[in-house]
Ligand binder design. Structure first.
Ligand code: DC
Length: 222
């Protein structure tokens, strides 16, 4: 029998870094659901489509085929058979993913793929609605968060290291906007599941967060 771990939380809380490490430690599959929403966003952007227009959303849901494969345990995302994994982590794609993911048709389209992965494998799945909607029966649920300031600072440092010029105040504003959109949409908004354990990583290092989550897993399932 498989076991599933759901990790939800706002943008920049460190979900993917932590989820990947937890998966590695437990030999589970890491499923990054944000990447699936980002792949849909790439289709919107490439085709100049508008997530606020019902017709455009329908077109995307019909024409954008999103699939997943694992190469050396790394998740690869395909948009109509093209591997677009390397194109997903831009600010523009993140913003479009936040906008387009609010649409119920987009969410429905990805839901079954996510559930099927969890049925067939033991997974660590991260996103916004994993504990509340995608895997309500997950054995372990974590709500991983950090203050807006901490998340913005981490993002700022990441961009600076890549040589990308940016303003901390702008990043903070973007994070606040994204939180607002993700938490206030009518379908599957980001919120802590009743049975999720809250982990605030504002004052914690990555190894500390990892230890904490592994400890929670042990407590829950032995
Ligand atoms: O985790 P991320 O930054 O890659 O996610 C990008 C956007 O996708 C996020 O702003 C909201 C959306 N998303 C979602 O609605 N549900 C998920 N399970 C994962 C991501």
């Amino acid at each position: 029998m498989g076991m599933n771990i759901a990790i939800d939380g706002p943008a920049g809380a460190g979900k993917s870094t932590i989820a990947r490490k937890v998966a590695e430690k437990l030999s589970f599959l890491y499923v990054d659901t944000g990447a699936m929403y980002r792949a849909i966003a790439v289709y919107f952007l490439r085709n100049g489509l508008d997530p606020a227009k019902e017709e455009d959303v329908k077109q995307v849901c019909e024409k954008a085929d999103i699939s997943i494969a694992y190469k050396e345990k790394e998740q690869r995302i395909y948009l109509n058979q093209e591997d677009i994994t390397g194109l997903l982590r831009t600010e523009e794609t993140g913003k479009m993913a936040s906008l387009s993911s609010a649409h119920p048709l987009v969410r429905e389209k990805l839901l079954e793929t996510q559930r099927e992965l969890a049925r067939k494998n033991s997974v660590v799945m991260d996103g916004r609605d994993i504990g509340t909607k995608v895997l309500p029966e997950a054995e372990v649920k974590i709500y991983l968060t950090a203050s807006v300031h901490t998340r913005a600072l981490r993002r700022y440092q990441e961009l600076k290291e890549k040589g990308i010029d940016c303003q901390l105040s702008e990043i903070e504003k973007d994070i606040e906007d994204r939180d607002y959109r993700d938490m206030n949409r009518p379908v599957s908004p980001l919120r802590q599941a009743e049975d999720a354990v809250l982990v605030d990583s504002s004052e914690m290092t990555i190894p500390q967060v990892l230890d904490k989550i592994l400890e929670i897993c042990k407590e829950k399932v032995g």
